[in-house]
Design a protein around this ligand. Structure first.
Ligand SMILES: *[C@@H]1O[C@H](CO)[C@@H](O)[C@H](O)[C@H]1NC(C)=O
Length: 495
């Protein structure tokens, strides 16, 4: 059945619509398709307290347990408690590079399945498909994996010798796509769709929602949903510094512009340095990419080199030797003395605790240290990689009212969507049934966004146990989604 048929059926309301088909959406689809985690009988968890709590009601699936109770006292690298819990159950002790077996056992219980639809612009895997890099990702490959299919096993089948525990973005994208077919989730995915608006249905709806038809390639659609999950990720609109000269042609805002320049042969060891602004994973990838070409790099970021909040300092040294070798290079003399070691990459110069003041047309960049000292550097290219904003144009006022600071744009870092930590329901929503997950609620790592899927699936399961959302007298919380689908054929839902 395609989207066109689905929406034209009178009064059919989809129980759950997930907007976004990246790893968040895929993971939630898995849980909503009847794949249910239990504590396996012979399992042990290295955390004795968690182990004993899990053993209290082993007959219950994780979706029926009190997540808040299980989360108590757990600590980890995410501020989201359910994310830490689920991560610790899927990959116990992985922070120590240990491969402890997960105590979870996944049972397929189709009677638990909740009909749902995952809408996304491209193929399943979301932004990972745009990352056609040859670079190794900076994240540990098994942190990228979704429940039920070991990334390592899949990679081993795919390529002969796995060099290390990391994978390229292209491999990750391909893994996600394979996952969707292996788990038979395809029928829930409507790819090639763009949601243009989500509005709450006032009162009871009469007849079918408005529907228009068009002969153009893009076909409009409308859907009604009891629950809507925002899982779009935040990679749509690159963040800007907001400084003079930022629109000059040598100033780029995406890693892919660097790759394009590399492909055109614009950068080599004789080039003026590439200026990389930012201290996230993408910035690190850009530094390493320039390093591969022996192009000198100036690396500007606001934190100090030793700041534990710096993403580089969160990466285990053992697993990222080239990062620790290369990005621990020299700091500029103007910046405060910092932890340095001999670098094998003399072309690297970092400017910690600095900001960009302006870019000039003659490819000069003005930097300013915390103490106000200015430095002018000559560069070949600038890469501003300071994060990205989500495109929530389909929500009222671009979703601003849902953020922690409702007057500012929603961003992953500074202003994520304010959601309940144990259910992921959006606190400022105009009624129940609106959820958000992944980067939209501030979760950057695939490793941790699975927690959002668990929280949402548990809440939906609880609603179902408590009599569903459609009991008469219930507040009508349905939402109407409008959007465009690129072609009919790609858009397959239901069965
Ligand atoms: C946000 O998405 C909408 C719908 O796809 C699109 O029309 C708009 O141009 C996007 N906005 C930005 C700033 O990219």
């Amino acid at each position: 059945m395609d989207l066109h048929d689905k929406e034209s059926q009178d009064g059919e309301i989809v129980p759950v619509v997930i907007i976004g088909n990246g790893p968040s959406g895929i993971c939630l689809s898995y849980l909503l398709s009847g794949y249910t985690p239990y504590l396996s009988a012979e399992a042990s968890h290295p955390n004795p307290l968690l182990h004993s709590k899990l053993g209290e009601q082993p007959q219950l699936s994780l979706l029926e347990q009190d997540l808040e109770y299980l989360c108590e006292g757990l600590e980890g690298r995410s501020s989201n408690p359910v994310a830490v819990l689920f991560d610790s159950l899927l990959l116990p002790d992985s922070d120590f590079g240990l491969d402890h077996t997960s105590p979870l056992e996944w049972r397929y219980e189709p009677e638990r399945a909740t009909p749902h639809l995952v809408l996304g612009k491209g193929p399943p895997g979301g932004a990972w498909h745009a990352m056609e890099g040859s670079m190794l990702t900076l994240s540990l490959a098994n942190w990228m994996e979704l429940p039920g299919l070991k990334l390592k096993d899949w990679m081993r089948d795919k390529r002969r010798n796995v060099r290390n525990d990391r994978a390229t973005p292209a491999e990750i994208a391909s893994y996600y796509q394979h996952y969707v077919s292996q788990m038979s989730l395809e029928q829930n995915f409507a790819c090639g769709t763009t949601v243009t608006s989500v509005t709450r249905q006032p009162g009871s709806q009469e007849g079918s929602p408005p529907y228009g038809s068009s002969v153009s390639e893009e076909v409009p659609f409308s859907l009604l949903a009891h629950n809507v999950v925002l899982a779009t990720g935040t990679h749509d609109i690159p963040a800007r510094l907001g400084v003079e000269g930022e629109t000059l042609p040598f100033v780029c805002h995406s890693f892919w512009e660097l790759e394009a320049a590399i492909c055109r042969g614009e950068l080599d060891q004789s080039s003026d340095p590439v200026l990389v602004v930012g201290a996230g994973l993408t910035a690190a990838d850009a530094v390493l990419a320039a390093h591969h070409l022996n192009t000198p790099v100036y690396h500007v970021f606001r934190r100090s080199v030793t700041d534990p909040g710096l993403i580089f300092n969160q990466l285990p040294k053992l697993l990222y030797p080239e990062y620790h070798k290369n990005l621990r290079g020299r700091s500029s003399p103007s910046s405060p003395p910092s932890h340095t070691s001999s670098s094998s990459y003399p072309g690297y110069l970092s400017f910690p605790r600095c900001r960009v003041v302006a870019f000039r047309p003659d490819r000069k960049c003005v930097l300013e240290s915390e103490s106000g000292q200015r430095t002018v550097v000559q560069i070949s290219k600038a890469l501003v990689l300071i994060g990205a904003h989500p495109n929530l144009s389909f929500l009222t006022d671009n979703g601003r009212p849902l953020g922690i600071y409702p007057n500012e744009p929603v961003t992953c870092r500074r202003n994520p969507i304010d959601a309940d930590p144990f259910t992921n329901s959006v606190l400022a929503a105009d009624g129940p049934g609106l959820y958000a997950m992944g980067p939209l609620v501030g979760e950057n790592f695939v490793r941790f966004l699975k927690g959002g899927a668990l929280a949402i699936a548990s809440d939906l399961a609880k609603k179902r146990r408590e009599g569903g959302v459609r009991e008469s007298g219930d507040v009508i919380t349905d939402r109407l989604l409008d959007g465009r689908a690129t072609t009919h054929r790609e858009v397959v839902i239901g069965s």
